[in-house]
Structure formats: structure tokens, C-alpha cells
Design a protein around this ligand. Structure first.
Ligand SMILES: Nc1ncnc2c1ncn2[C@@H]1O[C@H](COP(=O)(O)OP(=O)(O)OP(=O)(O)O)[C@@H](O)[C@H]1O
Length: 314
């Protein structure tokens, strides 16, 4: 490990690579070693765009499934060029962290993946975002269906002013599910997946606002899961939470990646080191570097990445 890397970050990566629990207060259960997954490139993945492109094969021979593929994506807020030619491929059932200094375009990029920027006046987007083989900006997929397949969790927990049950049942009801038993099943399953069931099962009619901030964030995750998405986008989901609630969300996210593809914006490099399989570093609207988290934090290829992760700016 390079000598210059900050001590705490290095320890986090070493513990994660050993599969050991990461130190309190933000312990991670069952963290998968970064880079331990198969290293083959996805069929059709342009060389150099995936996190492991050019990294060689692990020898396991299983090609990596790519869920989202972004090609030369540009985004303008009026005259302001906020995203500049982003090209990257996001592998299935893994956690991809987006890092970079404030204003570099992380949230903007995250929102392009499920067309959340469409609602902002004056936005212009060029380039392509493929969800498997569907170009999400081509009109081939309705925005409602896209957002069901690519769910989102925001910085501030934002439950509806409804009961716990109705928050989780909201999406399935919108999608036409009316059968009470089926809704009960979905609510229970979603709350279990979000690691909240045991805390709320005795009174699902309670207002969502009666929950703590961390519980509200897990409720929002349950609400997103209830429509069975494939991808979960998370925009700094722990920034409003205390260390204990943050640790629970990190444990949960690590568990969820067994089934879901997760893209997470974080300001916290320790968090990226703890949870992410691959990390993308943005600066001034450009994707500077993208690769396995352990490699990026120990052997960054670009001087600007090194300067950022060693705290020289940002
Ligand atoms: N609705 C908008 N209209 C105009 N400019 C915007 C809008 N949203 C973001 N921007 C600008 O686009 C750039 C990227 O913003 P974005 O929020 O994506 O950055 P970020 O990396 O997520 O920042 P932070 O870490 O502070 O949340 C910034 O310069 C920001 O001021």
C-alpha cells in the first residue's frame, strides 16, 4: 500500500479486504473484499469504460453483467456545462460510489440515470444512457417505468405524511396492486429487506413521522424496494444521520447489493472505502478516474485523484 495514503483510509481498506468487521462506530457486516468479484469485462463494454477495464481477468471466467452504460454524456443547465463527456459502465449487484468535491456534478450525474433532471427547467442532455439494451432518453421507456426500475433515495429522509404501511404500499398501489393480502406481503418483505421490520411490525399504522431519522431513511429505502427496482440510486443517504444510523444504512446497503445494483453519492471517502466495490472520481463535471475502490485509493492513476483523496483539495 502506498505510503502516502491516509492512515484511517488504509486501515479501512485493509479490514475490508480481509473481510474483517470495519472499526466502530461505522462497522460493516459481511463487507465483500473490493476487487474480489470477477474481473472480466462485459460483452460489448467499450474498453476503458468499465471499472475493471484493462485490469485483466480474475481467472474465474464469468463476464461481468453491466446494468447501466453511459456514453459520452453531457448535461447543460442553460449555458453551464455541468457534465462533460461522461462514459462509464455500472456492473450489476455491486456498489458504485461517486466521489468528488462539492459542485463537481455527482448529484447531477446520479439524476441523469433515472431522468430526474428532466424536471429542471433549462436542462439539456446529450449522449446516451443505456439500461441494459434500452436507451432511457430515446422514448423507448416511459419515465414512470424507468423510475420503478431505478429507484432513488435522497439525502434527507422524505417519507410521505402517511402511515408506515401506506408509505411502503404507495408505489405498488400506483402500479395497480389492490389486493390486500398481496400488499401486506409486499410491505412486510420490503420492510424486512430494509432491516426495519422488527422495529415497526407491531404498529404499521403509526405515522412515518414518528420514526427516528435513521428509521425514516430505512423506510424510504423500503418504499423504493416495494416496486422491485433493479437499481437503487442513493444521494448522500447518510449525510443527515448520526454515526450509529449511518452504520446501519451501510450494513443494509452492503446486504442489498446481493440483489440490487447500487450507485451512491458520498462526500465521505471512508464510506466509499467501506462499502463501494468501485469508485468514480468527478471533478468540474468530468469523470477523472473510475476503478475498483481499493485500487483507486491505493494506486490512483491520475494526479488529481491522488490530490483529492489525500486531502490536498476538496
Ligand atoms: N438546477 C440547477 N440549475 C443550475 N445549475 C445547477 C443546478 N443544479 C446543480 N447546478 C450546478 O451544477 C454543478 C454540479 O452540481 P451538483 O449538485 O451535481 O454537484 P455535486 O458534486 O453533487 O455537489 P455537492 O457535493 O455539493 O452536492 C454545480 O456547479 C451546481 O451549481
Amino acid at each position: 500500500m502506498a505510503g502516502w495514503i491516509a492512515g484511517a483510509l488504509a486501515r479501512t481498506l485493509q479490514e475490508k479486504a480481509r473481510g474483517a468487521p470495519v472499526e466502530a462506530p461505522q462497522r460493516l457486516a459481511g463487507a465483500e473484499a473490493a476487487g474480489a468479484r470477477d474481473a472480466g469485462a462485459a460483452p460489448g463494454t467499450a474498453r476503458g469504460v468499465g471499472p475493471r477495464a484493462g485490469a485483466g481477468s480474475s481467472g474465474a471466467g464469468t463476464p461481468e453483467e453491466i446494468v447501466l452504460r453511459v456514453e459520452d454524456l453531457h448535461l447543460y443547465y442553460g449555458d453551464f456545462h455541468a457534465l462533460k463527456g461522461i462514459t462509464m459502465a455500472i456492473p450489476a449487484r455491486s456498489i458504485t460510489a461517486l466521489i468528488g468535491p462539492s459542485g463537481c456534478g455527482k448529484s447531477t450525474f446520479l439524476r441523469t440515470l433515472n431522468r430526474m433532471n428532466d424536471m429542471i427547467k433549462g436542462v439539456r442532455i446529450e449522449g446516451k444512457v443505456w439500461l441494459h439494451d434500452v436507451d432511457i432518453y430515446s422514448g423507448a421507456i416511459e419515465v414512470e417505468e424507468l423510475r420503478a426500475r431505478i429507484g432513488m433515495v435522497f439525502q434527507q429522509p422524505n417519507p410521505f405524511p402517511k402511515s408506515i404501511y401506506d408509505n411502503v404500499a404507495y408505489g405498488p398501489r400506483i402500479h395497480g396492486i389492490r389486493d390486500r393480502r398481496r400488499l401486506d406481503e409486499i410491505v412486510e418483505q420490503s420492510l424486512r429487506q430494509a432491516a426495519l421490520w422488527d422495529e415497526v411490525k407491531d404498529d404499521l399504522r403509526r405515522s412515518a413521522y414518528s420514526l427516528s431519522g435513521g428509521q425514516q431513511q430505512r423506510l424510504c429505502i423500503a418504499r423504493a424496494l416495494a416496486v422491485q427496482p433493479e437499481v437503487l440510486l442513493m444521494d448522500e443517504p447518510t449525510s443527515a444521520l448520526d454515526p450509529a444510523a449511518t452504520a446501519r444504512i451501510e450494513d443494509l446497503v452492503t446486504e442489498l447489493k446481493k440483489r440490487y445494483t447500487i450507485v451512491i453519492v458520498t462526500h465521505n471517502m471512508q464510506q466509499a472505502a467501506r462499502v463501494a466495490d468501485q469508485t468514480a472520481f468527478f471533478l468540474n463535471g468530468e469523470l477523472i478516474e473510475y476503478g475498483p475502490t481499493s485500487e483507486m485509493f491505493t494506486r490512483p492513476r491520475d494526479r488529481r485523484t491522488e490530490d483529492y483523496i489525500t486531502g490536498r483539495f476538496g
